[in-house]
Design a protein around this ligand. Structure first.
Ligand code: SAM
Length: 368
């Protein structure tokens, strides 16, 4: 199973992202002897083998279902086991385009952490590029390495190293890194910046992005970048928001007046019909028993209401812009509409400051 290609049918040993809902997705490795237990009931892995990626299957409880999704970097970010804070898609996509990372790029990343961004970078740089990722925490390094192996990313395009980059830099024996993009998600990126000249390309434009949650870290990073000859330094913050765009009906004062007139007409029609009903049935209002006229018990109330409704049935208003009445489809050409947008709940993203800087061939050689 590889994150880099698509396959149609699920086989034993494949990674499947079981999508239970917008907020819940479970990564499972298919093993016919196992069962996935969810709030919708049990799903035997053996029933999943042979199904198409994207299929919907029903739970054993008879209600609810899951979708069997093919892993992508974006879905992995939403479902991966967290070992650290992670970079979410709004940030990773921005950083990728801002640093000009593309198929064939040679990228340096430190630290690997939960390998959320690593999966996205691996997909972007493949097939001819390489991601050199560094992690100094042994258990995290091993977990990430195992994941890269399982996901068909190890060695090509991902080379993972167990290393303290602030102390020992980024050089890898017998490998010319010649990197054009660097991403540092470290507590003290300014300590790693001094090691970069040895591993960046000296004949191409090189970009760096440092991801830091505190403005004090940004300050120290900028000082280090300036000291080591990086230019075009800029700090940005991604504030993810989801916007819903739709149309709303334009309501005029005339509409409100028509509506009030309509309510009045319906009321009068109702009273008139009731009067006619009493007249046709030779009922005099003064003949009504107190129970019939203003009884308060629930049965009488309901009977009275039903009777009144029967007698006062009038045709539904054709158009009521203030609710009830006939339903109008959004965008109906017979009515006037205006476009509005609504701010939805905040999109999941780790609000850190992104400090970008660049070196061109001439600045990179002159600063060394
Ligand atoms: N960007 C990652 C992701 O999207 O999953 C998360 C990175 S996490 C916030 C930071 C990682 O950097 C941690 O796993 C930490 O162990 C590692 N780290 C911190 N200092 C380091 C250093 N000097 N050298 C290598 N790794 C380091």
């Amino acid at each position: 199973m590889s994150f880099l290609g698509y396959k149609e049918y699920i086989e034993e040993g494949d990674l499947v992202l079981a999508y239970l809902g917008r907020e819940s997705m479970k990564p499972i490795i298919i093993n016919s002897k196992e069962t996935l237990n969810t709030r919708f009931g049990a799903f035997a892995h053996s029933d999943i083998v042979g199904k198409k990626y994207g299929s919907q299957i029903k739970g054993s409880k008879g209600y609810g279902f899951i979708h069997l999704l093919q892993p992508t970097a974006e879905l992995w970010t939403l479902s991966l086991p967290h070992r650290t804070q992670i970079v979410y898609t709004p940030d990773s996509s921005y950083i990728t385009q801002r640093l000009g990372i593309t198929c064939g790029s040679r990228v340096i990343e430190a630290g690997t952490g939960s390998a959320s961004f690593s999966h996205s970078l691996a997909r972007t740089v493949s097939t001819k590029g390489t991601l050199f990722t560094f992690e100094f925490h042994k258990p995290r390094y091993e977990e990430a390495k195992r994941e890269f192996e399982e996901h068909g990313l190890i060695n090509d395009p991902v080379i993972i190293n167990h290393r303290d980059v602030c102390k020992d830099g980024f050089e890898i024996p017998e490998v010319e890194l010649k990197s054009t993009a660097i991403f540092l998600d470290l507590p003290s990126p300014w300590e790693a910046i001094k090691h970069l000249p040895k591993v960046i390309s000296d004949d191409e434009k090189v970009g760096i992005c440092c991801f830091s949650p505190c403005i004090e870290q940004v300050d120290l990073t900028i000082k280090a970048l300036q000291e080591h000859g990086w230019t075009d330094i800029e700090m940005v913050e991604i504030q993810g928001r989801r916007w819903e765009a739709r149309q709303t009906m334009v309501r005029q004062v005339d509409d409100a007046i028509s509506r009030l007139k309509d309510v009045k007409t319906r009321k009068l029609e109702g009273i008139e019909k009731k009067r006619q009903y009493y007249a046709n049935n030779n009922i005099k209002v003064e003949d009504l028993t107190p129970e019939q006229s203003d009884s308060n018990d629930e049965g009488s109330k309901k009977r009275k209401l039903k009777e009144e409704q029967e007698q006062t049935k009038v045709t539904k208003t054709e158009f009521n812009p203030f609710g009830r009445g006939l339903r109008i489809k959004e965008g109906d050409e017979n009515y006037q509409w205006c476009k509005i947008s609504k701010n939805e709940a905040e999109v999941k993203s780790h609000t850190s400051y992104l400090t970008f800087a660049f070196k061109t061939a001439s600045t990179s050689t002159s600063s060394l």
